[in-house]
Ligand binder design. Structure first.
Ligand code: ADP
Length: 239
């Protein structure tokens, strides 16, 4: 099979330079029934998240005395990809739900709400690479917007390597043709990594460089997330 040319004269298929993220669009409170909700998109990858709770977990035998739990569901809508995706959970969505939930759980003071659950749902409306990343950013914003007690926001980004070039924010074609890709999430104010998955092969130097790039771009996403949250509450930036 002919290899797809994803990098030409230093430019990517969508015209970006290697280290440029796609355009990011963030909106809060798009689902009126939810306690908090958000949309987060990287170019054509669009995730919406809705957060309900913390609320009493039922049935009772599932309750945890020492703290609340998070129930998280990642789902790709059947119309989010070219070929209809069959509805319902599959191995991939079960894995993504687990890793994103664990990343989000690191950010929440779960001990503050024993016997409760925080229910967070993400729907991918349009998938063009890095959907777990857009989901994580959307979910964290939805939780913050719901007023969940949190240590920090979770910020996430994908990085990778194509034709020996390191790139940031992989789209779908890049994801399918990369030599390596890495999904990364962190709590910026704690400098704590909460999501790290990798596919492919990298040298130690490349990995360290990609981790630096991931952190650098997470900080940009952090600023955007804070800006929309401050906008919601009418808080000015204090320098
Ligand atoms: P992520 O979206 O987090 O990068 P994957 O690496 O599993 O997760 O998927 C990469 C991309 O492949 C997705 O963003 C999407 O564009 C595409 N993709 C994933 N699952 C499907 C599917 N069932 N049908 C068509 N495209 C898919």
């Amino acid at each position: 099979m002919k290899k797809v040319e994803v990098l030409k004269d230093g430019k990517r298929i969508d015209g970006r330079g290697p280290l440029k993220m796609r355009e990011i669009d963030v909106k809060l409170d798009i689902i009126s029934r939810a306690d908090g909700s958000a949309k987060f998109s990287f170019g054509n990858t669009v995730a919406i998240a809705a957060c309900y709770g913390p609320r009493l977990l039922l049935p009772k035998h599932l309750q945890e005395e020492k703290g609340g739990i998070i129930r998280f569901r990642y789902n790709m809508a059947p119309f989010s990809v070219d070929e209809r995706k069959s509805p319902g959970p599959d191995r991939r969505s079960i894995e993504l739900s687990k890793v994103i939930k664990e990343a989000l759980a690191c950010s929440v003071f779960l001990e503050d709400f024993p016997r409760a659950t925080l229910d967070v749902y993400v729907e991918i409306l349009n998938a063009d690479g890095s959907t777990r990343i857009a989901s994580t950013n959307a979910a964290s914003l939805a939780m913050a917007s719901a007023g969940v007690p949190m240590r920090d926001l979770v910020c996430a980004i994908s990085v990778g390597k194509i034709d020996d070039t390191l790139i940031v924010d992989l789209n779908g074609i890049e994801d399918n043709n990369s030599e390596a890709d890495l999904s990364f999430g962190m709590l910026p104010s704690k400098d704590e990594v909460v999501l790290l998955q990798m596919d492919g092969r990298l040298t130690k130097e490349e990995l360290l460089k990609l981790l630096d790039l991931a952190k650098e771009n997470c900080l940009k996403i952090y600023e955007l997330q804070k800006k929309v949250l401050k906008g919601k509450y009418g808080v000015e930036d204090v320098e």
